[in-house]
Write a new protein. Structure first.
Length: 414
């Protein structure tokens, strides 16, 4: 039986261990995690989700408090049309986050940044252009376009000096979405360098409806590979979502995937940004504790633990400090839901909003516990300690288990 280490991901003359760590925000896929994966010869991701918050944490900047100070008089208003990100500050925060990470990079691997189109930020095109351009300026090895079709994203940076130099890729969940992306960008004469095919078992936002269980990654992978062959396109395809063991990964590589993208098992590593108490919640979870719901204001279904404190929260919208999901019309679905509950319960000190959540605030506070469908199996990858908690592994241990394991075995820590 083959193992992951029998394969290599090739970008031109560069060869990498075909393991990619997904870009989990907010600062769950930390710089430390990405750097370790790059040192080991794979591809690590950081995320630019709420990058000003990440910069404040990592570098003691004051971007969030300065934005809140500027707009705090608007906090009680439902009209957020005057609440905007300062593009120069957004650029500075991105350069801090990306630049410092790239300065610390060691080893033969690469570091990419995950950029969500659904972070519309009250000015979708302008803010996305700045996020992409600033990441390229700061030296990122590659960009993974996620959470959206990104039909116009390449065009936003077509004049950037690194547009044809950096590795640019797209996450899709169907050959149809890929075909739309390729048709829209045909005039640029610039194909994506890689395609991540994300199946229905992935964590966080999904590219499927609530009927996600009708689909499976292997079938979608086969459809995408067949489509590329029919179009005579040779683009590396990376399988993602529900790949729990090295044997799972090797099976996709044998099917024709150039690499696998994994994340769930790295959420409980030492380098991951989740607080230790949340990591223990992941370890303790049963399969029944995992759900796909529609509380995200983005409109995408989202997989998380049912016990996430952010579900049913009464928090007032915090767009003056954050506002990453304000759309082009300055609207957010959570604001509408919150205002509805306030009107239904006049005089109440607190209201409970069940159908949506203030995703910015709760992701910032690690109160929405997004997870993959296989999270319930994490307890089987480590040892239970005498105090009842589970041993947290290093990213290197998990990476090497994917790289070298066979026969569906998982190496437990000593």
């Amino acid at each position: 039986m083959k193992r992951v280490d029998d394969f290599r991901l090739r970008f031109g003359k560069k060869e990498l261990v075909p393991i990619v760590i997904g870009g989990m925000g907010v600062d769950i896929s930390t710089a430390e995690l990405a750097l370790e994966v790059a040192r080991l010869g794979g591809i690590g991701h950081i995320s630019d989700a709420m990058v000003q918050t990440v910069s404040d944490r990592r570098f003691d900047t004051k971007f969030v408090s300065e934005k809140l100070k500027k707009y705090k008089t608007n906090a009680a208003s439902s009209d957020k049309s005057n609440v905007h990100f300062n593009l120069a500050v957004l650029e500075e925060a991105t350069r801090y986050h990306v630049g410092r990470t790239m300065d610390a990079k060691r080893g033969d691997g690469m570091i990419f940044i995950n950029c969500m189109e659904k972070l519309t930020m009250n000015a979708p095109r302008e803010t996305l252009r700045m996020r992409l351009s600033a990441a390229l300026d700061a030296g990122i090895d590659g960009i993974t376009l996620s959470a959206g079709l990104h039909l116009g994203s390449f065009a936003l940076i077509e004049d950037h000096p690194r547009f044809r130099d950096a590795k640019l890729g797209i996450i899709v969940s169907s050959p149809r979405a890929l075909a739309m992306f390729l048709r829209k960008n045909a005039r640029l004469n610039r194909l994506p360098d890689f395609i991540v095919v994300e199946g229905p078992l992935a964590g966080g936002h999904l590219g499927f409806g609530l009927d996600w269980a009708k689909y499976d990654l292997a079938t979608i992978m086969g459809e995408v590979l067949a489509y590329l062959k029919s179009e005579h396109l040779d683009i590396p395809v990376i399988a993602a979502g529900g790949i729990f063991t090295g044997s799972d990964a090797a099976a996709f590589l044998e099917q024709g995937a150039a690499a696998v993208q994994v994340a769930t098992r790295f959420t409980v590593t030492q380098e991951c940004g989740l607080p230790d108490k949340v990591k223990q919640e992941y370890f303790k979870a049963s399969e029944e504790d995992i759900e796909v719901n529609t509380i995200s204001p983005t409109g995408y279904p989202m997989r998380m633990l049912k016990g996430s404190p952010g579900i049913g929260s009464s928090i007032r919208p915090n767009c003056e400090a954050y506002g990453y999901l304000l759309d082009a019309n300055s609207r957010c679905a959570y604001i509408d839901s919150y205002n509805r509950e306030v009107e239904l319960h006049p005089g109440a000190k607190k209201v409970k909003v069940m159908d949506k959540t203030c995703l910015c605030t709760h992701m910032r506070n690690f109160d929405i516990w997004t997870c993959g469908q296989t999270t319930w199996r994490l307890k089987d990858t480590t040892r239970k300690l005498p105090d009842g908690s589970y041993q947290v592994l290093s990213a290197e241990q998990v990476f090497h288990d994917y790289q070298f394991s066979v026969d569906q075995k998982i190496a437990l820590p000593d």
